[in-house]
Design a protein around this ligand. Structure first.
Ligand SMILES: [Mn+2]
Length: 173
């Protein structure tokens, strides 16, 4: 059943660097959904105009000028997904609060930002993902990152981080 197949680009913490947002969209090619985990800062309408697919964007701690929801819960295939920036869940101290909230609300996949560090934790009950920042990476290698989520023919989700090519030419998922 190939109609199950989906390819989703997840980014976060572009902080107004919309040239990076446009660049990563160009790099990854066709997508069925774009998700931004917050700290957009400006140009949310411009970001929506860059793609021809559904867009889910939430507000970060720097998005006081934008009219974006604090969190977004929706379905991707059979998965219930929560997108939230993460600052209200104290993610600098870890993902425990986020995980508790997800379990209490029957969330299958949580996507967050704020730390500017790629993160992936696939658990039986809940999967927790951070694409890292496409503009201001803070993990030790300081490479701008994004995340691709794919739904396969059987409806199963797969995930991989990639490096944005503004600084690095090879996509490594
Ligand atoms: Mn940020």
């Amino acid at each position: 059943m190939s109609e199950n197949k989906m390819r989703i680009l997840v980014i976060s913490d572009s902080h107004g660097r919309n040239d990076d947002v446009a660049g990563v969209i160009e790099q990854v090619g066709p997508i069925d959904m774009l998700i931004h985990c917050g700290d957009v800062e400006r140009g949310d309408d411009y970001i929506r105009s860059l793609v021809d697919c559904p867009v889910h964007m939430v507000s970060g701690n720097n998005d006081y000028n934008l009219d974006l929801p604090a969190q977004d819960i929706f379905n991707i295939g059979d998965y219930k997904v929560l997108v939230v920036h993460g600052h209200t869940f104290y993610v600098y101290r870890g993902v425990e609060r986020l995980k508790q909230y997800a379990l209490q609300n029957n969330i299958d996949i949580v996507m967050f930002g704020h730390t500017h560090k790629p993160y992936i934790e696939i658990d039986e009950d809940v999967t927790i993902l951070n694409p890292g920042s496409v503009s201001y990476p803070r993990q030790p290698d300081h490479m701008p990152t994004f995340l691709i989520m794919e739904i396969d023919d059987e409806g199963e989700a797969h995930y991989g981080h990639g490096y944005y090519k503004s600084k690095f030419t090879e996509l490594k998922i």
